[in-house]
Write a protein that binds this ligand. Structure first.
Ligand SMILES: [Zn+2]
Ligand SMILES: [Zn+2]
Length: 342
């Protein structure tokens, strides 16, 4: 089922507009508030279940999608189309953070970021790629968690003092018990197979004051994906993410002891609640020296994650310039640490 968002005043295809936060008609500039947009203007096109080919209602062209795509644009006429059947039932997101960084803004920021990188190869055709950046909603699950942290240990505190000709060392022993309930709210994990976890972790944080009740028109004109991993699949990743915070809290609470001998320690992390949501990113991918690279921007905060590729030519030049002065130092260092000069 393909959804189109028709303009009530001219019948054009509307798309979500970042600057106004509304559905905007590109023909007549009519704006519609997404909260109050009347369902009768949503045109539905049934193509059967589990299809990957849809017919665009606007131009009659064929829209071919990946099985995970929930929103895309028609490659013939450019109008935004949303796959309603892939956003229904248990595939229906509960909430969404709409884009707040516009395409133009994202393009400018990407260009600036690349210019500031030290090793941009001369052959680097990133600028033209940046013209074609993609705005995409990535599926996430966010979790409310309860961690139970307990510790039973023996701690020592040591002091010394002088009395006459003697120095006395006094060791005091303490029974140390800790029992904490820690609550972490809305901890995110991306649920898309395509997105690298490492990159997505770095794109965070998203600010939750912009979380809106999900409505399909937010996706109009953007790319969106459904989840490949559900809340259960992702729970181990969430535990790994939260564990260091709980552990650190516990360590801090016993920081005053000279030694600590554990008798019993446990950190249990449990899910209280989880929610399927969509978060926005701008994405550029490009090939450089036979390798695929990806730059990702948080579509809410503008934070950019990625690595600029190193051009061997430029690295060599740079190293050549400084090597006379620093080569000996580096050699000495690697001698001391047993490291390898790379
Ligand atoms: Zn219109
Ligand atoms: Zn079309």
């Amino acid at each position: 089922m393909l959804l189109h968002y028709k303009c009530p005043s001219c019948g054009g295809n509307m798309a979500f507009d970042v600057d106004t936060g509304t559905l905007l008609c590109p023909n007549c500039h009519h704006e519609e508030n997404i909260e109050t947009y009347n369902d009768e203007y949503i045109e539905q096109n049934f193509d059967g279940e589990d299809t990957v080919e849809y017919r665009c209602d606007n131009c009659g062209g064929t829209v071919i999608t990946d099985a995970d795509t929930t929103a895309t644009s028609c490659s013939f006429c450019g109008s935004g189309v949303v796959m309603g059947d892939r956003l229904a039932g248990k595939l229906a997101p509960v909430k969404i953070i709409p884009f707040t960084v516009s395409k133009t803004e994202a393009q400018e920021q990407f260009k600036k970021w690349c210019k500031n990188g030290r090793f941009i190869p001369n052959s680097f055709k990133l600028n033209s790629r940046i013209e074609n950046i993609t705005g995409m909603y990535v599926p996430y699950f966010i979790y409310d968690l309860h961690s139970k942290v307990t510790l039973d240990a023996v701690g020592t505190k040591v002091s010394s003092y002088r009395k006459g000709d003697y120095i006395y060392t006094e060791t005091k022993f303490y029974q140390v018990s800790r029992d904490f309930d820690l609550f972490y709210n809305k901890v995110p994990a991306d649920a898309s197979e395509k997105m690298q976890d490492e990159i997505m972790n770095k794109v965070e944080p998203y600010h939750y004051e912009d979380l809106k009740i999900f409505k399909t028109p937010y996706l109009a004109g953007y790319l969106a994906e459904k989840y490949n991993y559900d809340a259960k699949d992702l729970f181990n990743r969430i535990k790994t993410k939260v564990f260091p915070f709980a552990d650190n809290y516990l360590r801090k609470s016993v920081a005053g002891y000279a030694t600590l001998t554990n008798k019993d320690e446990s950190i249990q992390i449990q899910e209280k609640n989880s929610m399927y949501v969509l978060f926005p990113i701008w994405i550029v991918s490009y090939d450089y020296e036979d390798q695929k690279h990806t730059l990702v921007m948080n579509g809410q905060t503008g934070k950019i994650v990625g690595k600029t590729p190193l051009s061997i030519g430029k690295v060599a030049l740079w190293l050549g310039g400084i090597s006379a002065a620093s080569f000996t130092i580096i050699k000495i260092f690697s001698g001391i640490s047993g490291g390898v000069w790379w």
